[in-house]
Design a protein around this ligand. Structure first.
Ligand code: PMP
Length: 489
């Protein structure tokens, strides 16, 4: 225990030790039954006499906070309710820089749109951002981790290459090539989720005051990231064909953005998919205006119907497009493995920034993932996911049609994870959320996805991929009931 002692202070050393342990037990940081160092050890560590520690321990023992067992050691007793408060200062006593931070209205630090009623936990969380975690092959990961440790030993526990584990970069390049992107392993940077890819690109390209163009609506955490960087955000409306590229030219001329952020395929939250003509027009405009495009392809492979659209990156001949994607949605987000694919000087700089940010993505997990994602396995998993999620999409569409009040609307997405629902006039998704949570259902309110939050209040986003048709049926029926009741109130 590294107890800070004031050796020339007025408080005797035994009382300082006693106070420290008492506070730690009171605050719960020393839990019941934790074994603490013997008096001899602690005295040695602190360079004080054993008697001093013995005195402190005896007083704590007398108060029922410690228990000494001959031959086995000294243990923390069960915590008493109403113990000493934590040693952290009261809010008013935080240093000024902390108080200043708390009082600054940081617009990326979103307060929950609607506070959930105390104790209420949604049983069906349609706000979820990913696929069905129950489909993740846990047993495979367990055996792959074991196999990696056996094969690579401690090498798997070193930092590893900041650009990512080379064999995994090769696998990613192969996967991308199968899906129409001619990528080489040294054009791939492994990141800690695609969120880090987006953050690295934004940090590299944008300075406060610069402009970024985004879709309206767009992925909430990208919006918040741009807000946090203090850049000017200009939004471009989208329709079922994605960003309305025909509106871009005057915005490019007026704002001279440094970056266009787009999710062209099965967009989050709207599910829209940019048409082929729009894709070509966007890439051409980016080249003409010399502006970088960040293509976020978080679920590009999860297509249920219609023709595949090429990634923007596949149409890019001039090196303007930076492509990010992820294993989070197809496999699981907890692995935190995503990737950037780009050419030219930008990739090297992104790799440098990545190294400054976290040195490298987990070497162990990258190696395990590399064993897991052979092309055949990935494709088979993709086929199964598409079949399953298609049924779930249709189940949700049917349930919404049947149970939501008249005036609700949605466009059936051809892929992805989400149904984006417009609510009837006068219906507010942020007002609805606490009522829904009380009934055990959650969703993502539309305001999160809009630069101008109130403009999104008549939308909500529902995840259909993470739930069985039965769960969807039951959850949407309940949500519909809440909506109808709220409209009558
Ligand atoms: N882009 C989009 C559009 C997303 O929805 C998400 C996750 N919700 C991400 C990027 C980031 O995912 P991850 O960091 O897990 O790859």
């Amino acid at each position: 225990m590294r107890i800070p002692l004031e050796r020339s202070g007025a408080t005797p050393l035994y009382a300082q030790i006693e106070g420290f342990v008492r506070r730690a037990i009171g605050a719960g940081t020393l839990a019941a039954n934790t074994r603490i160092p013997s008096a001899r050890r602690l005295a040695g560590d602190l360079g004080i006499s054993r008697m001093t520690v013995e005195t402190a321990y005896a007083r704590l023992e007398a108060d029922g906070l410690l228990r000494r067992e001959t031959g086995s050691g000294t243990f923390v007793m069960r915590q008493r309710p109403g113990g000493d408060p934590a040693s952290a200062p009261a809010p008013a006593a935080w240093p000024r820089w902390q108080r200043d931070l708390a009082s600054r209205a940081l617009d990326w630090h979103r307060a929950p749109v609607a506070a959930a009623p105390v104790g209420a936990v949604a049983q069906i969380d349609f706000a979820a951002g990913g696929g069905d975690p129950r489909r993740f092959p846990l047993a495979d990961l367990r055996s792959e981790l074991r196999a990696v440790l056996q094969r690579d030993g401690r090498q798997a526990l070193h930092y590893g290459d900041a650009r990512g584990y080379e064999p995994l970069r090769r696998s990613v390049a192969e996967l991308l090539s199968v899906h129409g992107l001619q990528a080489a392993a040294d054009e791939v940077l492994i990141t800690s989720g695609s969120q880090q890819g987006i953050a690295l690109v934004a940090q590299l390209l944008l300075r406060p005051g610069d402009t970024v163009l985004v879709e309206r609506p767009t992925y909430a955490a990208a919006l918040d990231l741009f807000r946090a960087l203090g850049v000017r955000i200009v939004d471009v409306p989208l329709d079922h064909q994605g960003m309305q590229v025909e509106l871009l030219e005057p915005l490019l001329t007026r704002w001279q953005p440094k970056l266009i952020y787009t999710v062209p395929t099965f967009q989050n939250p709207s599910g829209s998919c940019m048409g082929s003509a729009q894709r070509r027009a966007l890439v051409a405009l980016a080249a003409r205006h010399d502006v970088a495009v960040l293509e976020d392809d978080f679920v590009g492979d999860l297509r249920y119907e219609g023709n595949a659209q090429p990634p923007l990156k596949a149409l890019d001949r001039s090196g303007n497009v930076i492509y990010v994607s992820t294993f989070s949605k197809m496999l699981t987000p907890g692995l935190r493995v995503g990737f950037v694919h780009a050419g030219g000087p930008v990739l090297e700089l992104l790799a440098g920034l990545k190294r400054l940010t976290d040195l490298a993505t987990s070497n162990l997990l990258q190696r395990a993932l590399h064993r897991h994602v052979s092309i055949g396995r990935y494709e088979a998993h993709l086929r199964r996911s598409r079949r399953l999620y298609l049924r779930r999409r249709d189940a949700m569409a049917r349930a919404v049609e049947c149970c939501f009040p008249p005036g609700s609307s949605f466009a059936l997405p051809a892929g992805g994870l989400f149904l984006w629902v417009g609510l009837p006039d006068g219906c507010s998704s942020s007002a609805l959320l606490p009522l829904a949570i009380r009934a055990g259902i959650s969703f993502a309110p539309g305001s999160e996805f809009f630069l101008d939050a109130p403009a999104g209040d008549r939308f909500l986003r529902l995840n259909f991929a993470a739930f069985t048709p039965e769960e969807i049926d039951c959850g949407i029926r309940e949500l519909g009931r809440v909506m109808v009741a709220a409209s009558r109130a």
